[in-house]
Design a protein around this ligand. Structure first.
Ligand SMILES: Cc1cc2nc3c(=O)[nH]c(=O)nc-3n(C[C@H](O)[C@H](O)[C@H](O)COP(=O)(O)OP(=O)(O)OC[C@H]3O[C@@H](n4cnc5c(N)ncnc54)[C@H](O)[C@@H]3O)c2cc1C
Length: 344
């Protein structure tokens, strides 16, 4: 019989991130499908009591916690020691955790220490007739595989955005403290701060309902024989401000910066969507001035409703890669959209 451990770390403010609640819901569903197996919750953080209270109603048989100032920081050595201790204390055969940057760095090493196996970037878990399967995409989201493993413990790292988050009653949970004796060598690294752009300059918003993608066309010569990069920048920023959409870019556009051409100054390689970029998950996507080439569109694998604006009726989007293609001038379309949003 499997013992399923839901493993989570708290955020800096002691809360649980949405991704953790998604992994909890997946773990709970899995435990249910395997015949109502007891679920064990394992929490890591400076103080895990508040987080345990938030998920007190999840039906877990036990709550385990590794806490203290040593476990507040996203540091490999202490995170790995905490995760290993929780897996051992729970005698877990299956571990489910969210694919946060903190866990992604640590859990493969933890699997090694436990003599188990790990699968990262899992997009779904299912169980039928007592056996457990996970889904994972390969070759930059072109092929989906369903995997099973016999080796235990099996650590499953679930990509954020793949499962509805757990919701339920808060309460008070009794957390059994798991002691971790952290040697001095595991305390050498200290997180001294976080460098991030101010909130109003942050254009990557994973939780936004809409992904707005800009392609190189915004910086190309337009029908009047001129380039209109500053106007393009204004239109895009105004739209982002009004809609709170997340901003993506095609590789051609983000590369322009390095080539000394007309650019959108706020666009970086972190915005790039596609084969060599990211594969974001948003309910809707709107692509503008982007041709819809396969290496770009493969990054749209998990965007549910896709629309594109392109002057060229023969662009890549027209070949079945979008639900709606507007054959139109994106400058004119976005000017009008911004005006309509402004009236709201
Ligand atoms: C191995 C490999 C990996 C790659 N990985 C990626 C990746 O991860 N992500 C990625 O994006 N690309 C990737 N590429 C590049 C990709 O193949 C395309 O070259 C790139 O995405 C094209 O970018 P674009 O559509 O912005 O530019 P372009 O191909 O230059 O297209 C610009 C489009 O803008 C349109 N346009 C111009 N003006 C207007 C206007 N006023 N209104 C509306 N439309 C207008 C034009 O009709 C044109 O279709 C990869 C390529 C290779 C070989």
């Amino acid at each position: 019989m499997e013992t399923i451990l839901f493993l989570a770390h708290t955020e800096a403010d002691g809360s649980l991130a949405r991704a953790a609640l998604e992994a909890l819901a997946a773990a709970q569903a899995m435990a249910g499908s395997l015949g109502g197996l007891p679920l064990v919750v394992g929490l890591v953080g400076e103080d895990v009591r508040a987080s345990a209270g938030v998920i007190a109603g999840c039906g877990a048989a036990r709550f385990l916690g590794v806490s203290g100032p040593d476990f507040a920081q996203a540091r490999y050595a202490s995170n790995a020691a905490a995760a290993e201790a929780l897996c051992r204390a729970a005698a877990a055969t299956v571990v489910i955790a969210a694919g946060t940057s903190r866990w992604c760095r640590v859990l493969p090493g933890v699997a090694q220490r436990l003599g188990g196996r790990v699968d990262t970037h899992i997009t779904g878990v299912s169980a039928s007739e007592g056996s457990l399967s996970v889904a994972r995409w390969y070759y930059r989201q072109r092929m989906e595989a369903t995997l099973q493993r016999t080796q235990r413990p099996w650590i499953i790292v679930l990509d954020p955005g793949c499962h509805a988050p757990w919701t339920g009653e808060t309460g008070t949970a009794t957390v059994d403290a798991v002691a971790v004796d952290l040697p001095e060598a595991c305390r050498r690294t200290t997180v001294t701060g976080v460098q991030a752009p101010p909130a109003d300059q942050q254009t990557i918003r994973p939780d936004a309902d809409l992904l707005f993608v800009a392609g190189a066309g915004w910086t190309k010569t337009q029908s009047d024989g001129k380039v209109h990069a500053p106007e393009a920048a204004d239109l895009i920023l105004e739209f982002l401000r009004r809609s709170q959409a997340s901003l993506g870019g095609s590789k051609s556009l983000v590369d322009l910066k390095g080539e000394g051409q007309a650019i959108l100054p706020f666009m970086t390689h972190l915005n790039q969507i596609g084969q060599t970029g990211s594969t974001p998950r948003h309910p809707k996507g709107l692509s503008t001035c982007c041709h819809g080439e396969e290496p770009h569109v493969v990054g749209w694998r998990f965007v549910n409703e896709r629309r594109a604006v392109n002057l060229d009726p023969n662009c890549g989007w027209a070949r079945g890669k979008t639900d709606v293609l507007y054959v139109a001038d994106a400058f004119a379309v976005m000017r009008k959209v911004n005006a309509l949003l402004g009236q709201k």
